[in-house]
Design a protein around this ligand. Structure first.
Ligand code: ARG
Length: 404
């Protein structure tokens, strides 16, 4: 049996041409692997058939939507994961899962290497290869587009010469990635950060300026995971899918940022993440209600580290594993209901309740029934500010001495 390589296959131009390129460059048989992470669009069976038509010896489709939602998106939600405080890590979350299935398929079908269609300029190449290194260090990673310097123009010529069944007319000026957590857009006219995005770019969200009648929803969480909308129990995947439609209708989750890539480039990125944005807003509100103050403040710092790690391709790392244990532990009381109004591009929290709430009306109220003993504050502040007072006295003293 000749050697084999498993290629992460999307069905698009680059990876379709990549099948032939890989075969030509390495002499290996190419197995195509398409992973369904809720990117929608084409039927997965059509994608599978295209891989075979492009010369793959075998083509495998994995429906990983539930696993993606349960084991990747829910940990991200518990971490309120937002890179640069904005980007919910859409691609950074799917790459480790796809890499996992590359490794699994390589082992099942006797391959000694895996391949992906990333260029050498982005984060995704790092995420794939770092995940493979952690999961299956014996496998070699090959990146035909990067390592053979294959451009899009060369890909088009190759596809025409070899009569590959790819519609050139569908060529899109943008680089797009999609899954159930959101949609990413780069390149084209967006490369000038002064150019405003145009309405045509968006697919998951409607224009928030076309204000729709508001929707009010209640999201119920159990230990940090959403379990119901308006009292109707749903799986994490269903909740994400339903919120994409509902929040997308109100134009929620449109993001336009200059992003710091791991490889050092600053890049202009457009995202639309209606469900992710809505869920993070709700989840964070419930944490504010149920987490003890120091824990809440400390967790916000850990969240930034978690997002950076995942963005940087270290999903399968020791530090990420340990942070997950911490974050999971923080979620033991994060149960309850968050009411939100969705309208005009924003998900606004309008109500919060929980049997685990730390909000104490009698302590908070300024009306009668106040149980907070204000007289205690005087002494508290005296001691709290004692170090400041002592050092301020010393500083004044020294100024006085120096002035002599
Ligand atoms: N910049 C984003 C990230 O690094 C999006 C990457 C999208 N990937 C793609 N192949 N178009 O997560």
């Amino acid at each position: 049996m000749s050697e084999r390589v498993v290629l992460a296959y999307s069905g698009g131009l680059d990876t379709s041409v990549g099948i032939g390129w890989l075969k030509d460059a390495t002499g290996k048989e190419v197995v195509a692997l398409a992973v369904d992470v809720g990117q929608g669009g084409e039927d997965m069976e059509d994608i599978r058939q295209r891989a075979l038509a492009c010369g793959a010896v075998d083509a495998v489709v994995v429906d990983a939507k539930e696993e993606f939602a349960n084991d990747y998106l829910m940990p991200a939600l518990k971490a309120n994961a937002s890179y640069q405080k904005q980007y919910p890590l859409v691609s950074g979350l799917s790459r480790p899962l796809i890499a996992k299935y590359l490794a699994v398929t390589a082992h099942e079908l006797g391959a000694d290497s895996v391949a992906h269609g990333c260029t050498g300029k982005g984060n995704d190449q790092v995420r794939f290869e770092a995940a493979i290194a952690a999961l299956a260090p014996e496998l070699t990673s090959i990146a035909p587009v990067r390592d053979l310097a294959l451009t899009r123009d060369k890909a088009i010529v190759y596809a025409q010469e070899h009569n590959l069944p790819i519609e050139q007319s569908k060529k899109n000026p943008y680089s797009i990635d999609k899954n159930v957590w959101g949609r990413t857009l780069e390149t084209g006219f967006l490369e000038d950060p002064w150019n405003p995005p145009i309405e045509d770019l968006y697919e998951y969200t409607q224009n928030p300026a076309d204000v729709q009648p508001a929707d009010e929803i209640i999201i119920t969480f159990e230990r940090g995971v959403p379990v119901a909308i308006d009292g109707k129990a749903q799986s994490p995947l269903e909740i994400v899918q339903n919120l994409n439609a509902l929040a997308g209708k109100h134009g929620i989750g449109r993001i336009d940022i200059i992003e710091d890539r791991l490889v050092g480039i600053k890049s202009r990125e457009i995202y639309e993440t209606p469900a992710a944005t809505t869920l993070i807003v709700a989840h964070e509100a419930l944490e504010n209600l149920t987490l003890e103050r120091d824990l809440n403040r400390y967790k916000r710092k850990v969240e930034a580290d978690w997002a950076n790690l995942v963005y940087d391709g270290l999903w399968f790392s020791a530090l990420k594993r340990s942070l997950d244990v911490f974050i999971d532990d923080t979620q033991r009381h994060v149960s309850g209901d968050i009411r939100l109004t969705l309208q005009g591009g924003r998900a606004v929290v309008t109500g919060q309740r929980s049997t685990e709430s730390l909000y104490d009306f009698d302590l908070a109220t300024y009306d009668t029934g106040d149980t907070f003993d204000q007289s205690l504050s005087k002494g508290f502040i005296e001691l709290w500010s004692l170090p400041s007072r002592i050092s301020a006295r010393r500083d004044a003293q020294q100024k006085h001495v120096a002035g002599k």
